[in-house]
Ligand binder design. Structure first.
Ligand code: SF4
Length: 215
């Protein structure tokens, strides 16, 4: 099992209602709630973010397909919205996606593009099986660290952040091996190889520091 992102999307909320700072791999943005829900509408709300994900995935997938085919379609537009119905404890969510192409796009092309839109990765994910797994951490747990050194670099492992995704174990078993004690063998590879692997830990459980900076 491998996470999609080397670094997870990170979110923080303080006491300002309900402004969240979302950090992604190349920057950050604000999310909020509309005023009617007690927020200040300074950024997209959670439902908008979800729909934006589908809208962008649809547009990017269509653009890739159109470019590969060499079709002359300058612009694609999409509207995405949702409504929900309740039946007792069951909530069903309907997401409607309306795609608009400029005049001149043939009906067969539109039909094919509709099929391609339905195959975009976020569509497939939303229509497939989704399980949200939640884990709880305390700041003090996150501070727990175990260290392993080869005299050149020191690998720091925070057990509470390790989701046991197995990436390090499968990709560099000579160093990361759950059957050995300790589970990190710093003589199993050179420092550069270990550093590269450590930087691929998806949860931040692994990090490294130069050994001479280790207190
Ligand atoms: S340390 Fe990181 S890469 Fe290794 S198993 Fe834990 S989460 Fe996965």
């Amino acid at each position: 099992m491998e996470y999609k992102f080397q670094k997870p999307v990170h979110g923080t909320i303080g006491t300002t209602k309900y402004q969240c700072v979302i950090e992604w791999r190349n920057g950050q943005f604000i999310a909020d709630e509309p005023e009617k829900n007690g927020g200040k509408d300074t950024g997209p709300d959670p439902y908008t973010l979800l729909l934006s994900s589908l809208a962008t995935c649809t547009l990017i997938t269509l653009r890739m397909y159109i470019d590969r085919k060499g079709w002359n379609i300058a612009e694609i537009k999409v509207n995405v919205n949702l409504f929900q119905t309740k039946d007792g404890d069951n909530t069903t969510t309907f997401i409607d996606r309306d795609i608009t192409f400029p005049a001149g796009v043939e009906p067969e092309q539109k039909n094919r593009l509709l099929e391609i839109a339905a195959q975009c990765p976020v569509s497939k994910m939303l229509e497939g099986n989704i399980k949200v797994r939640s884990y709880v951490y305390h700041e003090e747990d996150v501070d727990k660290k175990l260290k392993y050194t080869n005299g050149d670099i020191t690998v720091v492992w925070k057990p509470e952040l390790c989701k046991h995704s197995g990436r390090c174990v499968t990709q560099l078993p000579k160093v990361f091996n759950l059957k050995t004690k300790p589970w990190v063998t710093m003589t199993g590879a050179d420092s550069e190889t270990i550093k590269l692997q450590v930087e691929r830990c998806p949860t931040g459980a692994l990090s490294w520091i130069p050994a001479d900076k280790d207190e």
